[in-house]
Design a binder for this molecule. Structure first.
Ligand code: SF4
Length: 381
């Protein structure tokens, strides 16, 4: 049913004004109670769902998972290992906010079993970090990276955001250069999305003149592509770059439709059963805690995918990756080729310059990456 485990930690030191993730401020007692609830939920899930084999990856996402104590992370990993098994090469990622870690804490996470760190740098430029409401400075981000290296992390990812209010192309280039100067194994580059219901939506509504226009946002995407690939990073997914052999195994699993179990409030799961089953936990922390306290799995209704749903998902998730999708994988799963199912759509997207053949595979062109949402919408049933 699954080979990957996601644990959502819904706590942050302070809520950032652009953020629509499930997260809120917390006390040490809140975090302690939550970690115990996660352990209990894991036990309930192990009775209901079976891992296909030992876990290939575990991902602590948030929120700010680095707010949990290393011993809490260690206990969750021990429980995951005893209930589901942990593969010998399992990738175990912790998202860390640079404002919450020092070398000692990072070394303790490493000893607890974390072997990959995803550092939420977002920017090295202090005025932009202030605009984003982040708790760290550019200097702290650099210090956190170096501390992680000294603490023994050999697999570190950095997240950056572009198309920020007031950001220019030279400013963005400088961000990329600073990231490269640290030599991370992985760099994720996201364009700012102004999410409904956030303070940013009020401050920077649709078409705000304070935000970079579309041409500048495209130039920033292209600048990242040319600088990072010139430095030896593979642009392996729309927003992700990695040194050879350092792609995120966990996230690659999402795009390949591997089964994953999501635990914690607001977490989502995808189980390989039939054409796939999706379900999610409540985003409301109290409702989540209450359900688990009563010995119930907290998730809502399970949605079983139809063959049509699964074929569409295969296309729009697989096309996110620069390798694109191949005939073989699709045929193995559905007994037909993508061409037999989506021939007309594929031909039209290719004629529009959004898709291109690559050997026996098909993938997004550079333009297709920029217009990916339009491409993906074409496959929806
Ligand atoms: S640190 Fe990340 S998850 Fe937390 S509020 Fe800020 S953007 Fe959201």
């Amino acid at each position: 049913m699954f080979t990957r485990l996601y644990l959502h930690i819904p706590f942050c030191r302070r809520k950032c004004p652009y953020c629509a993730f499930v997260s809120r401020e917390s006390t040490a007692a809140d975090r302690d109670g939550y970690a115990r609830t996660l352990l209990a939920e894991m036990g309930l899930a192990a009775q209901a769902f079976t891992a296909e084999r030992a876990l290939e990856s575990v991902y602590f996402g948030g929120g700010t998972p680095s707010l949990l104590a290393p011993r809490q992370i260690g206990r969750l990993l021990e429980r995951a290992e005893s209930l589901f098994g942990l593969g010998p090469q399992a990738e175990i990622t912790l998202e860390a906010n640079p404002g919450t870690v020092d070398q000692e804490r990072l070394a303790a996470f490493r000893s607890a079993g974390v072997n990959r760190l995803s550092l939420g740098v977002q920017s090295f430029h202090d005025p932009l970090l202030k605009t984003l409401g982040r708790i760290h400075s550019g200097a702290q981000a650099q210090e956190a990276f170096r501390a992680a290296r000294t603490a023994g992390f050999t697999d570190i990812g950095i997240d950056l955001i572009h198309a920020l209010p007031g950001q220019t192309l030279p400013m963005w280039r400088r961000e990329l250069e600073q990231a490269l100067s640290l030599g991370p194994e992985h760099i994720s580059v996201y364009g700012l999305t102004v999410e409904e219901g956030t303070p940013f939506a009020v401050q920077y509504g649709e078409d705000s003149p304070l935000l970079p226009d579309e041409d500048l946002a495209v130039a920033m995407f292209e600048e990242a592509d040319s600088l990072l690939t010139a430095a030896g990073y593979e642009h392996y997914e729309i927003a992700n770059y990695a040194l050879p052999g350092r792609r995120s195994a966990h996230n690659s699993g999402y795009w390949r439709r591997d089964g994953y179990l999501g635990l914690g409030c607001g977490a989502h799961s995808f189980l390989r059963k039939g054409y796939g089953v999706r379900f999610g936990n409540p985003a409301d922390l109290d409702a989540y805690m209450e359900a688990v306290a009563q010995g119930q799995l907290p998730h809502g209704e399970e949605q079983s995918l139809t063959r049509q749903d699964a074929m569409a998902e295969f296309m729009f998730l697989g096309l996110r990756m620069a390798d694109g999708i191949g005939d073989d994988g699709f045929r193995q799963e559905f007994g037909v080729s993508p061409d037999e199912t989506f021939g007309e759509i594929l031909a039209r997207l290719t004629a529009q310059g959004l898709l291109e053949p690559a050997g026996t595979r098909v993938r997004l062109t550079r333009r297709g990456m920029l217009l990916s949402n339009q491409v993906f919408a074409r496959f929806l049933p």
